[in-house]
Design a protein around this ligand. Structure first.
Ligand code: NDP
Length: 333
């Protein structure tokens, strides 16, 4: 497939261009940037043959099969709708949009147009997360009682732009990281939270947006989920724990963009290290997207998954803002 990148972004430079090129026969064909100069420099640096500022011109190119959107969050809706209208398959960054209703529009438009549309939730492409899910599904820890997600990181200086000071662009740790943790929880437990309580804070980085949040979610099964996200914790490390009636899973260093970290299962029989695939997370996601375009299965995270993760994240923000438990109402797709 030939890809057009919409957004001269860090995530494309650091991970996604390589992930597209890792697919046999796939090419990164075009770049669309709001700045001709910056776009041309980015395209030259990454060996992308064409760059320009016109999305409609790029979408009119019959050689573009699929579009990857990684602009700031407030732009995703209009760009995705244009790409879908042009008949292109779309892999869109999380959060899909600024509101669940906008995200629903994107999913419905893609369905009506018959194109593949997916959300780039990379963590469900991680071998460690897939191994944890397999353990849970195989009943190795019995009935799940609780999940604790540790995702308090230190936002590196080169990412301390719109994320920490621009609510209109979708800044804040909740749309940035809680949205991933919502997807991880849904992926691991195969159920959607029904309500949340939360508190948020600006603890040194956020200006006009939250940079830290803690929330507790109630799952339909009765399991409880505790989730902690932050931009301001240099030494906290990341991880997740899943505790069940017959065992516990401890995963350290696994809330990352790379296939790293350790997974340990503890049961009455003792402790064991859980092996997992160390395939690149983003290349795995792109491979599953390409397969879906070819009629083989679903993308790793569908548009509907992106709608739900955004709905949960925004419920967390509303719970923190109001101090009131929020019952989560998922929009119909
Ligand atoms: P960046 O800030 O790197 O890029 C976002 C936009 O900022 C680009 O589209 C670009 O605009 C503009 N931009 C970039 N550099 C400059 C500059 N020097 N001067 C002015 N404007 C600039 O964002 P990220 O790559 O961190 O995030 C992009 C999207 O990807 C977000 O939606 C984010 O949530 C998501 N993301 C997802 C990840 C995942 O693992 N799934 C990880 C990281 C991000 P233009 O396009 O006009 O050139």
């Amino acid at each position: 497939m030939r890809w057009t990148l919409v957004g001269a972004s860090t995530i494309a430079a650091e991970y996604m261009i390589a992930a597209f090129r890792a697919q046999p026969g796939d090419e990164v064909h075009r770049l669309v940037s709001s700045s001709a100069e910056r776009g041309a420099a980015y395209a030259a640096k990454h060996g992308i043959p064409h760059s320009g500022t016109s999305l409609s011109e790029a979408l009119a190119d019959p050689e573009t099969d699929a579009v990857y959107i990684s602009t700031t969050n407030e732009k995703h809706l209009a760009e995705a709708m244009a790409a879908i209208a042009a008949g292109k398959h779309v892999l869109c960054e999380k959060p899909l949009a600024m509101t669940p209703d906008e995200a629903v529009q994107m999913v419905r438009a893609a369905e009506a147009a018959g194109v593949t549309f997916a959300t780039n939730h990379h963590l469900r492409c991680s071998g460690s997360h897939r191994a944890i899910r397999d353990l849970i599904r195989a009943g190795r820890i019995g009935r799940v009682l609780s999940v604790r997600l540790f995702h308090a990181v230190h936002l590196p200086p080169h990412l301390q732009g719109w994320r920490i000071d621009n609510p209109a662009a979708g800044g804040g740790v909740i749309p940035d990281i809680t949205v991933h943790d919502a997807d991880v929880t849904r992926f691991l437990l195969d159920e959607d939270p029904v309500s949340v309580v939360a508190q948020m804070n600006a603890s040194g980085m956020g200006q006009g947006v939250e940079d830290s949040v803690m929330s507790v979610w109630t799952m339909p099964s009765g399991a409880m989920v505790f989730s902690h996200e932050s931009f301001t914790h240099p030494f906290a490390g990341s991880g997740l724990e899943v505790h069940g009636t017959e065992g516990s899973i401890f995963a350290r260093g696994v809330m990352t963009q790379r296939p790293v970290g350790e997974v340990e299962l503890i049961t009455a029989r003792g402790s064991e290290t859980v092996p997992y695939s160390v395939a690149d997370l983003y290349a795995t996601g792109v491979a599953e997207f390409v397969a879906a375009v070819q009629g083989k299965g679903q993308p790793a995270a569908t548009g509907a998954d992106g709608v739900k993760s955004l709905t949960i994240a925004l419920a967390v923000r509303e719970a923190a803002r109001t101090g009131q438990r929020q019952t989560i109402s998922y929009p119909k797709i």
